[in-house]
Ligand binder design. Structure first.
Ligand code: 2P0
Length: 330
């Protein structure tokens, strides 16, 4: 048996500024286009993996995981075992997020990133961000962008086996410490169509899909340049148009897919008015009704007030987050 059969890791979620929407390979989770995100602190997921258990056990936030949730975790663990080569036996995984209760934030990206880092360490594999990103991607696409901090780009890659489809860090979290993301929770209901199903429907039925994929790919170098220059206005505008275009391709699916609520549009309109009055605040929107506001440290209080004035029941203020880290090897 190896010395390190158990390890614990912590990872943060991320929010995409150029979104991932649509797979070219559903099984390997290979995207049609590259995406670019910011890792978010202070929210995190902490995951412990121990090989050599009597049977596979998957516990998430105090409950035994079932169905596809469990299968996705076991898939990642199987991939680690295959890479490690040895007989590691069944695994016990325990994962817990510190996200505010019912905040409406997806924890899967942070969860699979923490799982990938912990599982590799527990299996005796060396720390390797690229290998961890490839592994996290097998659990959930967006998770490959949570292995490292700051701004990460998930390159779509060209290969059919996915070996070149992983995230790389473009700028560390210290590059732009004044940047702020304010999550506006307008609605806590679980969405009717999960991202995985929504993007599949969009790829298969939206006549706008090819245009979306081409445009998103072209936005990446522009976003990188704006981040390099710390151009908040430029990055805000890019984030908004990319979110609109992702949602536009989903609206055009058959049957149509809308993740927005009336309150989402209300907030977006209000943002425009506030910008005209001089508040530098922009939005991005994932596959759900809750916008994430992009602003700077000097305006995060104003951004929170704006979100609450538009009906936000909860607000989470975030700063650029760091790498997924090992907490302990036992
Ligand atoms: C993103 N989203 O780039 C986009 C924007 C949602 C909207 O990645 O099927 O949970 O596990 O690869 O990563 C959500 O989809 O999907 C997502 P799978 P995932 O953040």
């Amino acid at each position: 048996m190896r010395a390190s059969m158990k390890a614990t890791a912590l990872a943060h979620p991320n929010i995409a500024l150029v979104k991932y929407w649509g797979k070219r390979d559903d099984a390997l989770i290979l995207p049609h286009q590259s995406s670019l995100s910011l890792t978010l602190s202070p929210m995190s997921v902490t995951t412990t993996v121990e090989f050599g258990a009597s049977a596979d056990q998957v516990e998430i936030n105090g409950h035994a995981a079932k169905g596809s949730e469990r299968d996705r975790v076991l898939r990642v663990l199987e991939a680690v075992k295959a890479e490690a080569g040895g007989a590691l036996g069944p695994a016990r995984m325990v994962s817990r997020g510190d996200f505010p209760a019912a905040a409406g934030l997806a924890s899967s990206a942070a969860g699979f990133a923490a799982l990938a880092v912990a599982a590799r360490a527990a299996a005796g594999l060396p720390a390797d961000p690229q290998a961890a990103s490839l592994l996290a991607r097998l659990g959930s696409g967006s998770a490959c962008r949570s292995i490292q901090g700051g701004f990460c780009e998930w390159r779509r890659g060209e290969r059919d086996d996915g070996a070149d489809s992983f995230a790389v860090q473009r700028f560390a979290e210290g590059h732009w410490p004044e940047l702020r993301m304010v999550v506006a929770i307008l609605n806590r209901e679980e969405k009717a169509v999960k991202s995985r199903d929504g993007m599949k429907l969009t790829v298969e039925t939206s006549p706008y899909y090819a245009a979306w994929a081409k445009d998103a790919e072209a936005e990446i170098p522009r976003a990188v340049e704006l981040i390099q220059r710390k151009d908040l206005e430029g990055l805000g505008a890019l984030s908004e148009r990319n979110a609109w275009r992702m949602h536009a391709t989903a609206f055009a699916a058959d049957p149509p897919l809308s993740y927005m609520h009336p309150s989402t549009l209300g907030l977006i309109e209000h943002l425009r008015e506030q910008r005209k009055k001089g508040t530098p605040v922009w939005f991005t929107l994932d596959a759900g009704p809750n916008p994430v506001l992009l602003t700077d440290a000097a305006h995060e209080v104003a951004a929170e007030a704006l979100a609450r004035a538009c009906g936000a029941v909860d607000v989470v203020r975030c700063v650029p987050g760091g790498d997924a880290v090992l907490k302990s090897e036992h």
